[in-house]
Design a binder for this molecule. Structure first.
Ligand SMILES: Cc1cc2nc3c(=O)[nH]c(=O)nc-3n(C[C@H](O)[C@H](O)[C@H](O)COP(=O)(O)OP(=O)(O)OC[C@H]3O[C@@H](n4cnc5c(N)ncnc54)[C@H](O)[C@@H]3O)c2cc1C
Length: 327
């Protein structure tokens, strides 16, 4: 699980460094400490964090900042992360503003500057808040997410490609924004030009609109180019016939390449189990087809991807195939 975020915001570089140093000393093993030097920068950072689907546990924000003060920053930040705990850092003279913020942004606590020694003035308060936050925390999904609309053929193609290639993903229905809090928040945090659906969001926070399967295959690390200049045997189609031929070819020591345009398994990949298939005594399922694909490549990740418009590759370079022994 990726570490939840603690974000601290202050326009004074010395204070920002000092609070970051203290937070890192005490929390870095469990939380990712991020910092921003203004309210705007903090909100941009939170939007990027949201695209990665990371959790934010705590916002620790200075009140007196130019352009956007601490309360205004928190007001916007909680639209993105309503469950994050909110703390304002104030000078003694700002306590009125802090008291007002208790109502405006449901402030959890306000801390007075300076907070020395942190073991007494800072960590006990933050520990309590973080324990509270953790009690209600459900870790977010950390894999690929697809945001689209249910009846769109482009969304369907992407989901089908991912499912058939056994890539786990989370489906987010853009039409359900009013019922699904996560979708609603995600749509708010995306800038307008990103909003061409379907949108595929990667765990590193990057996203791509209306991707072709070739682009997706490349981003997922599937092979889209042949590794060798020359092969003894080229097989077009990774259905049961192509898979069996590739396995036998490779086991005979032939440099073998298999080209598949969608996903290994062919029609058999559409059925939960194909009974009585030649060469597969126990029948052939989508999972078995995928494992044939993988096990024929000892020590290598599964290979596939797209060449030209839709063609994909797997190469089996004259290795003996474990699957031969079990079929
Ligand atoms: C729902 C269902 C249930 C079935 N149940 C059974 C059963 O119980 N028993 C049984 O014996 N049979 C069953 N079948 C039939 C069986 O699945 C097929 O006979 C078998 O899959 C045929 O294998 P194949 O490799 O010849 O062709 P396919 O499975 O059709 O594979 C061809 C592959 O080639 C790829 N391809 C095509 N053109 C290109 C190109 N230009 N470039 C790259 N790749 C290309 C396709 O994407 C595909 O993956 C079932 C079929 C379905 C759909």
């Amino acid at each position: 699980m990726r570490k939840p975020v603690i974000l601290t915001v202050d326009d004074d570089p010395d204070v920002l460094r000092a609070i970051e140093r203290d937070l890192k000393k005490h929390y870095e093993d469990r939380y990712r400490i991020l910092r921003a030097d203004s309210g705007r920068a903090a909100l941009d950072l939170l939007r990027r964090v949201q695209l990665r689907n990371d959790a934010v546990a705590l916002l620790l924000v200075d009140h007196r900042m130019p352009e956007m003060n601490g309360v205004e920053t928190l007001q916007e930040a909680i639209k993105l992360y309503p469950n994050a705990k909110r703390t304002l850092l104030t000078a003694y003279a700002d306590t009125d503003a802090a008291i007002k913020a208790i109502n405006d942004v449901q402030l959890n606590y306000y801390l007075l500057k300076p907070w020395d020694p942190p073991e007494q003035q800072l960590f006990p308060v933050l520990d309590d808040l973080l324990n509270d936050w953790y009690a209600d925390f459900h870790p977010p999904f950390e894999g690929l997410r697809v945001l689209g609309t249910r009846w769109s053929s482009k969304s369907y193609d992407i989901r089908d490609f991912l499912a058939r290639n056994q890539v786990p993903y989370q489906w987010l229905d853009a039409d359900a924004a009013d019922r699904d809090v996560e979708v609603g928040r995600l749509l708010k945090s995306l800038s307008r030009e990103d909003l061409k659906l379907p949108l595929v969001l990667f765990p590193d926070g990057s996203c791509v609109s209306e991707p072709q399967t070739l682009e997706l295959a490349e981003r997922l690390g599937l092979r889209t180019r042949a590794g060798l200049e020359f092969y003894d045997l080229a097989i077009v189609g990774g259905g049961p016939a192509g898979l069996a031929a590739a396995v036998y070819g490779a086991s005979e020591g032939l440099k073998t390449v298999m080209v598949e345009r969608e996903a290994p398994g062919g029609q058999a990949g559409l059925s939960s189990r194909i009974e009585n298939y030649l060469g597969f005594r126990a029948g052939l399922s989508r999972r078995l087809a995928a494992s044939v694909w993988r096990s024929s490549l000892p020590g290598r990740p599964p290979l596939c991807g797209s060449m030209g418009r839709t063609v994909t590759y797997a190469s089996m370079m004259g290795r003996s195939c474990p699957v031969m022994r079990c079929c």
